[in-house]
Ligand binder design. Structure first.
Ligand code: CIR
Length: 263
């Protein structure tokens, strides 16, 4: 199986009581902490069911969005990069996740700025790294990441996250070496030329943020037509409740950092 979706480890962080203050584009209600924690436990259980070791960090009250660990770091086979989140309330999350990253990696680089970049805008495929500029990720941040990952042999392609979409991966996920799950609006930009694309069903765009993790595809519950398409395409689907994370514009990828530590 490909290195872009085969992992021995993941890092997650338990939602904190301050999650009710998490960022959101549109207020659709306050997340229920108990329900969020149950969904989070289900998520961790699904990751562990593949045999992976999942490190669950303690909640961090100072950072309401810190359950969305993916935005603070990027983990690659040869090294890891601490991000520089573009949301001011999230900037300190990179330093907060640093101890967990340095415990796993010898080579840890840091985006020092002036640019900004969040992990949610980065899709690592088998052949390249795609980065969508967004309200959180700018050209300077992308350029700094490009310099770092070129040391590890990666080609980085700079793209544009569609307007009013939080992150590039809000609208797409990697399913395997050649296949991307994407909303039609993102795929229409042509950014996945050379890949096989499976589109989310009409009206089910909110499930585009899934993850392939070893033999499983974790996707948010409640999107039956897309789940059926993926099932028929041969993927083993696990549906995870995402109602509370969704109130904060979060999906499956944001809740973990997935990696295999270098030998
Ligand atoms: C935020 O606005 O930063 C959080 N409420 C949601 C972050 C979701 N992260 C992701 O898609 N990678």
């Amino acid at each position: 199986m490909g290195r872009s979706f085969t992992f021995s480890h993941a890092i997650c962080r338990t939602p904190s009581t301050s999650i009710i203050d998490g960022l959101r584009a549109v207020d659709t209600g306050t997340p229920n902490l108990d329900t969020f924690r149950q969904h989070h436990r289900d998520y961790v259980t699904a990751l562990r069911s593949t045999g992976a070791e999942v490190i669950v960090l303690d909640p961090l009250d100072a950072f309401p969005d810190s359950v969305f660990v993916e935005d603070a770091a990027l983990c690659l086979p040869k090294g890891a990069v601490l991000m520089r989140p573009g949301a001011p309330s999230r900037l300190g999350e990179a330093a907060a996740i640093a101890p967990a990253i340095t415990a796993a990696y010898g080579d840890v680089r840091t985006i020092t700025g002036p640019g900004f970049i969040e992990g949610g805008d980065i899709l690592v495929t088998e052949r390249e790294i795609l980065v969508g500029k967004s309200a959180r990720t700018d050209a300077d941040g992308v350029a700094e990441l490009r310099r770092i990952v070129s040391d590890w042999g990666y080609t980085l392609r700079e793209l544009q996250t569609p307007p009013d979409i939080l992150h590039f991966k809000t609208d797409c996920s990697l399913l395997d070496e050649d296949t991307i799950l994407s909303t039609r609006r993102l795929a229409a930009s042509g950014c996945f030329e050379g890949y096989k694309v499976i589109n989310t069903a009409e009206g089910e765009e909110a499930c585009a943020n899934a993850i392939r993790f070893n033999h499983l595809v974790l996707m948010p519950a409640g999107f039956p037509r897309t789940a059926d398409t993926l099932d028929k395409a041969g993927y083993e689907i696990v549906e995870i409740g995402n109602s509370e994370a969704a109130k904060l514009d979060g999906g499956m990828s944001c809740l973990s950092l997935r990696f295999t530590p270098p030998a």
